[in-house]
Design a protein around this ligand. Structure first.
Ligand code: AMP
Length: 188
């Protein structure tokens, strides 16, 4: 049983590493970005509302995201553990998560903070844009997403430092090296 929260700027490798760890721990990888992108591509009411924010690199309003996370964490497969990737993204989401977990009778084991310098993030995201064609991986939107990260998401490092469950990991290394370190952190 593991309950892990991934923190870090866009392009730090959260999605890739969360996917690998989730497979190895056999728990669901819950990415709010993936859920929102699927909703956007399907044109669901949620997706239609989220689209304009996502395309600009802004956070989707909390009222759309919180209920989505509550529903996902309440599902049967999430009772045996989970990895959250891309949520929480601001202090009010983190406060909501604390209350939700209390309500569900759950906690979390570690907050894994992947650290990568901005120059490397921009290079990685532009490369991903070329390969995967993600509409928000363009230079202008990438800059905005990094700003949003600094202003709204980075304060969560302090938020979780207080709970002593924060582990910062140098993400500016090969994928395999980062996986190796993360596995040692979660499976001591
Ligand atoms: P990601 O795949 O995590 O980089 O997310 C892509 C986009 O989805 C972000 O730029 C936001 O517009 C939106 N998004 C994902 N997760 C959240 C969240 N927890 N709160 C608000 N917006 C989110």
């Amino acid at each position: 049983m593991a309950r892990l929260i991934f923190l870090g700027p866009p392009g730090a490798g959260k999605g890739t590493q969360a996917h690998i760890l989730a497979e190895s721990l056999q728990i669901p990888h819950i990415s709010t970005g993936d859920i929102l992108r699927t909703a956007k591509n399907l044109g669901t009411p949620l997706g239609l509302k989220a689209k304009s924010y996502m395309d600009k690199g802004e956070l989707v309003p909390d009222e759309l995201v919180l209920q989505m996370v509550e529903e996902r964490l309440s599902q049967p497969d999430a009772q045996a553990g989970w990895i959250l990737d891309g949520f929480p993204r601001n202090v009010s989401q983190a406060t909501f998560l604390d209350k939700l977990l209390q309500k569900l009778g759950q906690g979390y084991d570690s907050v894994l903070n992947l650290e990568v310098p901005d120059e490397a993030l921009v290079v990685r995201l532009l490369e991903r844009g070329r390969k995967e064609g993600r509409s928000d991986d363009t230079e202008e939107v990438i800059r905005r997403r990094l700003e949003v990260y600094r202003n709204q998401t980075a304060p969560l490092i302090d938020f979780y430092q207080g709970s002593r469950s924060l582990v910062s990991v140098d993400g500016n290394r090969s994928l395999e090296e980062v996986t190796y370190v993360l596995k040692r952190v979660v499976n001591p």
